[in-house]
Design a protein. Structure first.
Length: 104
């Protein structure tokens, strides 16, 4: 019985950790990671940490057509998602790139 409880806890915690990963279809917790983005200080959809190495997502800032994984267009109104840049406890890590955006 004790072994069954341990197995259940392990499977439940694994499922929770798996939901905190960027998926292959470029979504995180059901929201797409491309499109129009607004940078905010509070009430963000995602908290991200900007890094130089080993990002979870490579981001390319574009002016038009942010329609593929990792392409972000900064807007002030009507964003697809909101992002807060933090130094600790980020949902995922990003690296700004000029070419080849997407899931790392």
């Amino acid at each position: 019985m004790k072994l069954l409880k341990i197995a259940f806890i392990f499977l439940f915690s694994s499922a929770l950790l798996a939901s905190d990963k960027i998926t292959s279809d470029c979504t995180f917790k059901g929201k797409k990671l491309y499109g129009k983005v607004q940078f905010v200080n509070y009430f963000a959809d995602f908290k991200v940490q900007v890094v130089d190495n080993l990002p979870d997502l490579k981001v390319q800032m574009v002016n038009h057509f942010p329609n593929s994984c990792g392409k972000w267009q900064v807007v002030e109104h009507f964003p697809d998602f909101k992002v807060q840049i933090v130094n600790h406890f980020a949902d995922f890590k990003i690296q700004f790139v000029d070419f080849n955006p997407g899931v790392n």
